[in-house]
Design a protein around this ligand. Structure first.
Ligand code: ADP
Length: 552
């Protein structure tokens, strides 16, 4: 082997903010703050405050490898924490505030966090947990003295006071690019949450993988992006690194993420691209219907985290002229694995013909290898028909959970690929179609029914706002689909009518045996439907079709 003769410079996250402060210096970062107002500054201004925060952290004993936690909304101070913590070689541990309090306690203790930065909104939560958090962990409220919470966390430090008087420049330390930079726990539907520890190298390579398709997802200088996807979970899909590199204006939405508030902020700041989960877009679509238009300037909607319903994609594309990109990934993958960025031939097709590809989970990113395997672990062809368990491999894919032998025992296969827990098929053009979660698929008479496909068909019913399909036990078929739906305000529907609506959209044997209407559906901490909770809630439901079958 002849070694190349290029410089062995480490890939470090600090280089991103330095690049942005120099090359995108006057590009704006706008934040709807917890305090209620809009804050504005530039990448150059951000770099100065990041330096101040980094100095304070170093002066107060935060060493390389130490974990520093955040419990905060999307805003400029959270962005500063990402860079200041990773910049000095410590680990930015973002915590999802929607987790159950005992999960947060578990996570903070498991990660051995040294410091906790919180938005004022979460001060009462932290106050309540105080007794069960590490004794020597200090808490900082991310605001100024005038906005410090009155009755909670009276002992906490004040963010703006930490920065005051610190130098506005810093020479970042250099260290091994494989050092840890970020930590995020998966919500875990069973057992304790599991920690995924990102490195500087994996973060930069993931960023470059997404940048290879930047143009298709609204990442261009002069454009502006609103990340609805939270900084508190999986690095907001990489946006904190992608936006400074491409020089897009950032519009952080803060805590108010309902349709009307989002619409107003997108409109007011002329946002060109917004990224978030389908539930958010269902809310925004309802507001667009009310207003009879899309927010001014909006061109691209990137949706991911769970399957985007076909009818939602259709409405946003055909009624409002938006360009929808559907993405798939997981916490363990930094997180983006694939995106529906179309090839040239497809881009020239009429929008209607593009829709099936937009509803797929897209094509893999550079640096993310995919394989599907059968129950015997053998590879299946990428012919668009064969489906099996999906496994992934790449430099931005997790090699092991953080300090968790139990979870690591079954996380990878013998070749070292990560098991995703998804069932999928892949077509010859590389388009990925997620059929279901391994544990959500409905096994009816030895055949599989995709709960996702059924939900996507049912959401097209004009009276249905949101729905979920779970497996209900059946003596003859083992499992049969049960559809549980929330109706739109003021709308009515019956089980028979919904089944009739589905009759020409799915195979006859896929039709749900029962349709139930509820006021709301349970969601996980990351905004996905909680099928685990639904299965528990409806475990005693007797399908009407059971009476029709002779008991075996
Ligand atoms: P959590 O947010 O619950 O901690 P992840 O974000 O890591 O967990 O969830 C990853 C899983 O979410 C994937 O394995 C897949 O099942 C599901 N998922 C993510 N994006 C999509 C998508 N576009 N379509 C279908 N399923 C998706």
């Amino acid at each position: 082997m002849l070694r190349g003769l290029m410089m062995d410079r480490p890939l470090l996250i600090s280089s991103i903010i330095d690049f942005a402060a120099e090359i995108r210096s006057d590009t704006e970062i706008v934040s709807a703050r917890v305090e209620g107002d809009l804050h504005r500054y530039t990448y150059a201004g951000s770099r100065r405050r990041i330096a101040q925060l980094a100095h304070w952290l170093q002066d107060h004993g935060i060493k390389p490898g130490d974990r520093v936690a955040t419990l905060a909304w999307n805003g400029y101070r959270h962005f500063e924490l990402y860079y200041a913590i990773a910049g000095i070689g410590a680990v930015c541990h973002t915590i999802n505030p929607r987790l159950f309090p005992d999960q947060i306690t578990y996570i903070v203790n498991h990660a051995e966090d040294r410091l906790l930065f919180v938005d004022g909104t979460f001060a009462p939560l932290v106050e309540k947990l105080a007794g069960s958090l590490p004794k020597d962990m200090r808490t900082v409220v991310m605001t100024d003295r005038g906005h410090m919470p009155e009755n909670a966390l009276t002992y906490a430090l004040c963010y703006e006071e930490l920065l005051a008087g610190q130098p506005e420049t810093i020479d970042w330390p250099e260290f091994d690019e494989n050092s840890a930079a970020g930590l995020c726990y998966t919500s875990g539907t069973t057992g304790n949450p599991k920690g995924v520890l990102y490195s500087h190298r994996s973060t930069i390579l993931h960023t470059l993988g997404v940048l290879a398709v930047a143009d298709g997802i609204g990442l261009r200088p002069g454009q502006s992006i609103l990340p609805v996807v939270p900084l508190f979970h999986v690095n907001a899909w990489g946006l904190p690194y992608l936006m400074p590199l491409t020089g897009t204006k950032i519009v952080f939405p803060g805590p108010r993420l309902d349709g009307p508030n989002l619409f107003a902020l997108l409109d007011q700041e002329s946002v060109t691209a917004a990224w978030g989960v389908p539930t958010v877009w269902l809310g925004l679509a309802a507001e667009m219907r009310k207003q009879g238009r899309a927010p001014a300037g909006l061109q691209v909607v990137l949706t991911g985290g769970s399957a985007a319903p076909g009818p939602l994609i259709r409405e946003l594309e055909l009624n409002y002229g938006l360009n929808i990109t559907h993405g798939w990934g997981m916490t363990e993958m930094s997180p983006v694995g694939s995106l529906t960025v179309l090839n040239k031939k497809m881009r020239n097709q009429p929008r209607e013909e593009q829709l099936p590809y937009k509803a797929s989970q897209g094509r893999r990113l550079f640096g993310c290898d995919l394989k599907i395997v059968g129950e015997d672990g053998k590879r299946l062809p990428h012919d668009g028909v064969a489906f099996g368990e999906l496994l992934v491999r790449g430099p931005a894919v997790m090699s092991a959970y953080f300090n968790d032998d139990d979870a690591n025992a079954a996380s990878h296969d013998a070749e070292g690929w990560l098991r995703t827990g998804d069932v999928a098929r892949i077509d010859p053009d590389g388009f990925l179609f997620i059929v279901d979660r391994t544990k959500d698929v409905i096994k009816s008479g030895g055949e599989w029914i995709s709960s996702i496909d059924l939900e996507n068909a049912a959401i097209g019913h004009p009276a249905i706002q949101e729905c979920a399909v779970i497996a209900a036990p059946h003596p003859k078929w083992s499992e049969r689909p049960l559809l549980i739906a929330v109706l739109k305000e003021g709308q009515t529907a019956t089980a028979e009518e919904v089944r009739g609506f589905l009759a020409d959209k799915v195979a006859k044997w896929w039709l749900p045996d029962d349709v139930l209407f509820v006021a709301e559906l349970p969601h996980t901490a990351t905004g996905k439907l909680s099928k685990l909770q639904l299965r528990e809630q409806f475990k005693d439901h007797v399908l009407p079709t059971i009476a029709e079958q002779p008991t075996p």
